[in-house]
Design a protein around this ligand. Structure first.
Ligand SMILES: Cc1cc2nc3c(=O)[nH]c(=O)nc-3n(C[C@H](O)[C@H](O)[C@H](O)COP(=O)(O)OP(=O)(O)OC[C@H]3O[C@@H](n4cnc5c(N)ncnc54)[C@H](O)[C@@H]3O)c2cc1C
Length: 510
């Protein structure tokens, strides 16, 4: 039987790489950064990206004449990884803080400001007026039990979902009214299924150290940069990708956009066939062969070091013919999300009626969006760009547990994807309390993010650790990206740099 691997090999020309050749598969932030760090460490690097755009989830699009972020629009400041990278790329002065007004949460009984000192919606200060408004007196009373519970509650191996931890320590109201909306907005996930150690590393250890969940949240928040928990870049997060791509091109990295990698495997050419001057150094492992396609073209690259920085299911699928032992650790595909961007001319929105945006709790009748970001209220540079009266609103659709098809086909009356704009206008009007109609629309765009956010399901982290342990025994293989390091730029940038550093160190030892 001809497998994908044998079929690819049949067409492959003999090709033998120098020991310092590296190939990176996936041109999202992780792959681009891996290429940068490998090039800086002396490797000759080629990077292959399947789509027509660099940056993956850190994308851009033009709506009503303004170039906007189409995916990630901020980064967490709990570590300095993204700020350090921005500085290296000459973007330090572009780092900006969002409007401190903060966001709101829309509960089944109406909107309230979201407490600002939380992590994943878990409050650190139960006396904060926003916490009292969201939970009510009985909710606060139950949440305060957290301070009197033994530190073992919620920190044993048996408890691993965000929901279980919050329910045990602070009760159902904190879970339903604060945590569920934040988790849906940020991770597109159900807190019952979300692995607490994957999305809030250090939180459970913090309970053991500080005695309560609230204190653990406060301690984790304090380890971050002063000021807001997130920051952005003036001009948009996609300017980080532009700067990174420019730097790679200047440094001579081989950039292959629109090249989908269809297979990777170890070269097992008979050494007798290898010309004398191309023979591998004694003892060096056979190189990786990367089989790519670009339109109707097809080609191969060979390298001693292979970085897979795609989404998890693609990476494990690509390795499956060569490393079938990784298959049991195949991560679950991420959720299917639609982001609807509306650029509208509504001067009443200059008052930013709901701060920087609204997270919608599950089960709010009549509203289909799970979150709305009022981008021009959040980022001053953007409001300056668009001018008074013009507003950028981003609404996201695709709640955990909702079938992907239903995220598009929202009602029988709106059967086509384009109809999401009408739904978004209705949702924006309800959420902001100000009518936003088709007549106000200057432009709109719908971006589909399918499987891009890794699904940090309970057990995901343990599974990825096992997968990493197997992959670490394979010479010249690096697995990187959100599925390995955790969702979000702060985790992806620091995790990718760590993985590449380890690979370079081990290559130097060989
Ligand atoms: C809508 C949205 C909003 C977000 N907002 C934020 C935010 O505000 N702040 C934040 O910190 N994080 C945010 N995130 C998360 C963050 O953007 C991601 O964690 C991060 O960008 C992931 O980077 P990555 O390089 O690991 O993966 P990706 O960006 O997914 O890149 C993987 C790349 O691999 C390519 N690829 C896949 N298969 C192949 C193949 N066979 N051959 C070649 N190339 C292939 C893909 O085309 C893609 O470009 C958001 C994510 C989404 C989807």
């Amino acid at each position: 039987m001809e497998t994908r691997k044998t079929a690819a090999k049949a067409h492959r020309p003999l090709e033998h790489p120098a020991p310092n050749r590296a190939v990176v598969v996936g041109g999202g932030i992780s792959g681009l950064l891996a290429a940068r760090d490998l090039q800086a460490a002396g490797f000759h690097v080629d990077i292959y990206e399947a789509s027509g755009m660099w940056g993956g989830c850190v994308g851009s699009h033009e709506v009503a004449g303004t170039v906007l972020d189409s995916g990630a629009e901020s980064f967490a400041t709990r570590n300095t990884a993204v700020a350090d990278l921005a500085e290296e790329l000459g973007l330090a002065e572009r780092i900006v803080q969002p409007n401190p007004a903060g966001a709101w949460v829309w509960l089944p009984d109406g909107p309230v400001p979201l407490p600002r000192t939380g992590i994943l919606g878990i409050p650190s200060d139960l006396n904060a007026p926003e916490v009292r408004a969201a939970l009510g007196a009985s909710g606060v009373l139950r949440a305060s039990v957290d301070a009197r519970l033994p530190a073992t509650v919620g920190t044993t191996e048996k408890v691993s979902s965000v929901a279980e931890l919050v329910r045990l320590r602070m009760g159902k109201r904190v879970l339903e009214r604060l945590v569920a909306p934040v988790v849906a907005g940020v991770h597109s996930a159900d807190p019952e299924k979300l692995d607490v150690d994957a999305v809030a590393p250090g939180l459970r250890a913090g309970i053991r150290e500080h005695g309560s969940l609230a204190a653990a949240v406060a301690a984790l928040r304090a380890t971050g940069q002063p000021g807001s928990a997130v920051a952005g870049l003036s001009g948009g997060m996609h300017t980080l990708v532009t700067a990174l791509v420019d730097a790679l091109a200047r440094a001579g990295v081989g950039m292959h956009l629109g090249h989908r990698v269809r297979a990777v495997y170890r070269d097992d050419t008979d050494p007798e066939q290898v010309p004398e001057d191309k023979k591998y150094d004694g003892g060096a492992p056979a190189p990786w062969i990367v089989d790519w396609e670009h339109g109707t073209d097809r080609g191969f690259a060979a390298a001693q070091l292979l970085v897979l920085a795609t989404d998890g299911p693609t990476a494990v699928g690509l390795l499956a013919p060569e490393l079938p032992e990784l298959e049991p650790f195949m991560p679950a595909p991420g959720p299917d999300i639609r982001l609807v961007t509306l650029v509208v001319d509504v001067p009443e929105l200059d008052s930013a009626p709901r701060g920087t945006g609204i997270l919608v709790a599950p089960g709010v009748p009549g509203i289909k969006a799970k979150a709305l970001t009022h981008a021009t209220a959040k980022w001053e540079w953007l409001a300056d760009d668009t001018g008074p009266g013009t507003h950028v609103l981003r609404l996201s659709y695709g709640r955990a547990g909702v079938k992907p098809a239903d995220a598009v086909r929202l009602t029988p009356a709106t059967p086509r994807e384009d109809d999401l704009v009408a739904t978004a206008l209705a949702d924006a009007s309800a959420l902001l309390g100000i009518a936003v109609t088709e007549a106000d629309l200057l432009g709109s765009d719908i971006v589909r993010w399918r499987g891009s956010l890794p699904f940090a399901a309970v057990g995901h982290q343990a599974k990825m650790a096992q997968l990493q342990a197997v992959a670490a025994t394979v010479p010249g293989l690096v697995l990187a990206g959100g599925w390995m390091s955790g969702n979000g730029l702060a985790a992806v940038v620091s995790g990718t740099r760590r993985a590449v550093r380890a690979a370079v160190d081990s290559a130097r030892r060989v």
